[in-house]
Ligand binder design. Structure first.
Ligand code: IVH
Length: 676
């Protein structure tokens, strides 16, 4: 065999073993033997890089980090969703509609599959090689997550089919096994990062990572459930049923769920639905229901589609899992905006494999509505596998009522409830609990995403008086972290790097991170798109804000109130000076006041450090160099400026003193900085 043939042979062997291991869970060789094959392939490829193909097993983590957003891609056919049903009666009604559509009284052949709680992805193969993959997105357009999908070990990079499938788009669910989910959360907690609430969020968060290396570490899995198109099947090999499609996929090297059943009657369907419901906890992955599909493609075609979902399928959603326990006490939590919420402390009880000892109660009206008091037996429920909630009292063991607090449990300030509002608020903006919560929110994954800046880190830094506002995060140094519990050099360095990386977060994430009351991810996105930089948003007038369709009066008032505080504006200026991105560079053509302007800094500036001034210039589109030439636009001269000042005078370059520089950047006079 020549080198190329040897490489091809090794790839074929490895693909076969990958399939046995990842899809069938039935390996034929030991890990040691597998590693030997893999290393052999790596060696040959390293020595002969021209023979490396993108579908080689060695190329699972080869993609570069995505810089800003994922590219949009149009799906070959729309990726629809499913109509939901919540009872067997709903399934009967669906069956009657289907029969009417098919104009038949005969039994239909159905196929029932567990409904995996993950997220949809479409995988495109050309001539049997995986070429691209996308999320579902809005059903018409998805996001290109090819490199991340390549890291999912049970997705074949090359189809094992004997025939050449010229073009196909296979669709399925990307998910994370319960065990891998648990390990992932333990690792995140160890790193001081926030854990994921449920496997679905974990899969979604991992799949949309900008760095494929991280996705690879998350151990995602895939199951096929449908397709967009298949071209290139030989004559006589047409696929006529969904069960045949699944067989075809299995042969091609895709993972297929084990608990799938072809049913000849709707009664059989219902029995199998109940079987899956009763046995959901025995599966290694999370399912939130089952999907009933008409098996025959000819019949599927006749039944057709609504504009959102196929008429030939229905999702049967399992009821939320419930358990009974006792309410031991009601704790009080102060949120980042001052809202005081009750939290149920429960006698620990097992629910779907997790021991539950807390539940949300939303607000004090809910306590009244449910007529709950400490000591009562209650029914709790986990909907969507997130934090459980109390559904009702199952046994009243107490007299009297639980009354809302009059004072903040953190700072003792007065608690105020506005008329018509269900929330009780601590009105002290310096309340330590609010500051702590704001910081937790600021660094969180969906905000500035500072990995490793967990609650334990925040608590220690608050105690040491090193954190008073968001800007302080960017002033912390290596030694500050080395003083924290369980921090060694590597962990401190990683955290420093995560802080630096967070400075590049897009504007919408920064707006979200600020924690403006009522402004969530969606409205932050809208504000970022509309205002394009933080200064425009700070300066936005009521009329301007209210003219945005999606932003109602409550949100508008909240934004106005938030930026009306001069300390907040100061703190944002400081973030800017510390190098935090406050503009939307791609979309913002209007706001780059220093675009293409070159600055030289000389002498000592009194109100910021050299680095802060450089960051500021960079963030506004300008650049800095170290020596003065004719191409220099401005020289900023601080105290004791030397030869650079003289050269600027000689070359006629415009010189700015510190005050003029501040005016140019619209930075007001110095005042002590603090957000709270
Ligand atoms: S069939 C036209 N089968 O559930 C849609 N979907 O709520 C064809 N899902 O978007 C999808 N398990 O992401 C199908 N066994 C299964 C599924 C499944 C999970 C997801 C899929 C779909 C969503 C609809």
């Amino acid at each position: 065999m020549n080198i190329k043939e040897q490489i091809e042979d090794l790839k074929k062997q490895i693909r076969h073993h990958d399939y046995l291991y990842y899809c069938l869970d039935n390996p034929e060789i030991s890990d040691f033997e597998y590693d030997k094959l893999f290393k052999q392939l790596q060696k040959l490829e390293n020595e002969n890089p021209l023979f490396i193909t993108s579908d080689s097993p060695t190329q699972r983590v080869s993609g570069a980090v995505v810089s800003s957003t994922f590219e949009k891609v149009k799906h070959s056919t729309p990726m629809l969703s499913l109509e939901n049903s919540y009872s067997l009666e709903d399934v009967t009604a669906w069956n009657q509609r289907v029969k009417k559509n098919l104009n038949t009284n005969e039994d239909i052949e159905y196929i029932v599959e567990p409904k995996i709680d993950g997220l949809s992805a479409g995988l495109t193969y050309i001539n049997n090689s995986f070429v691209s993959g996308a999320t579902r997105g809005d059903g018409e357009y998805g996001e290109d997550i090819t490199e991340n999908l390549k890291t999912v070990k049970n997705i074949p990079l090359k189809l094992l089919s004997e025939e050449n499938i010229t073009l196909c788009e296979i669709r399925g669910e990307v998910y994370i096994n319960k065990k891998d989910f648990q390990t992932l959360n333990e690792t995140l907690l160890d790193k001081g990062a926030a854990k994921f609430a449920n496997p679905r969020n974990a899969a979604a968060g991992s799949l949309r990572q900008k760095n494929p290396q991280i996705t690879a570490e998350r151990h995602l899995s895939f199951f096929v459930h449908s397709f967009g198109q298949i071209q290139g099947l030989k004559e006589g090999k047409e696929i006529k049923k969904h069960s045949e499609f699944l067989k075809f996929c299995s042969k091609a090297g895709f993972p297929i769920q084990k608990n799938i059943k072809v049913c000849k009657t709707i009664e059989e369907v219902k029995n199998f639905l109940m079987f899956l419901q009763d046995n959901r906890d025995n599966l290694p992955y999370e399912i939130d229901g089952a999907v009933v599909k008409i098996n025959d493609y000819g019949q599927q075609k006749i039944t057709g589609y609504t504009n959102k979902s196929p008429r030939w399928a229905i999702a049967y959603k399992f009821p939320a899992r419930q358990a009974e326990t006792k309410l031991l006490s009601i704790g009080l939590q102060v949120g980042r905006t001052g809202v005081v919420t009750p939290k149920a402390v429960l006698e620990p009880v097992a629910l779907s494999g997790v021991v539950i000892s807390n539940a949300t109660l939303h607000n004090f009206d809910e306590i009244e509505r449910l007529n709950i008091n400490i000591g009562d037996n209650v029914i709790i429920e986990r909907a969507g596998e997130v934090i459980p909630k109390i559904i009702k009292v199952s046994k009243k063991n107490s007299d009297g009522y639980f009354l809302p607090p009059m004072q903040c449990p953190s700072c003792g300030s007065k608690i105020v409830k506005e008329d018509g509002d269900v929330y009780y608020n601590c009105i002290n903006p310096s309340c330590p609990a609010q500051i702590r919560r704001s910081l937790i929110h600021f660094v969180s994954r969906d905000a500035m995403n500072i990995d490793g800046f967990g609650e334990a880190v925040i608590d220690q830094l608050l105690k040491q008086n090193k954190l008073h506002n968001f800007a302080d995060i960017y002033k912390l140094n290596f030694d500050d972290f080395m003083m924290l519990d369980l921090f060694k050099e590597k962990k401190a360095n990683n955290l420093m790097q995560a802080i630096v990386d967070s400075k590049k977060q897009p504007l919408n994430k920064l707006i979200s991170a600020l924690g403006i009351k009522h402004i969530g991810d969606k409205s932050a996105q809208i504000l970022a798109e509309r205002f394009k930089n933080i200064d425009n948003l700070i300066g936005a007038k009521y009329e301007e804000l209210i003219s945005i369709n999606e932003i109602g009066p409550v949100l508008v008032q909240s934004v106005i109130d938030f930026f009306a505080n001069p300390k907040t504006v100061k703190m944002i200026e400081e973030l800017k000076m510390l190098g935090v991105n406050t503009v939307d560079p791609e979309k913002d053509t209007s706001f780059s006041p220093l675009a293409n302007k070159t600055f030289v800094l000389t002498g000592e500036l009194t109100s910021f450090t050299r680095k802060e001034a450089e960051n500021l210039i960079l963030s506004l589109g300008g650049k800095t160099t170290s020596s003065v030439s004719k191409k220099t636009d401005y020289v900023v001269a601080g105290e004791n400026a030397g030869s650079k000042y003289d050269k600027a005078v000689k070359l006629g370059v415009k010189i700015l003193n510190e005050k003029e520089f501040r005016e140019m950047l619209k930075i007001p006079e110095e005042e002590p900085l603090s957000l709270f």
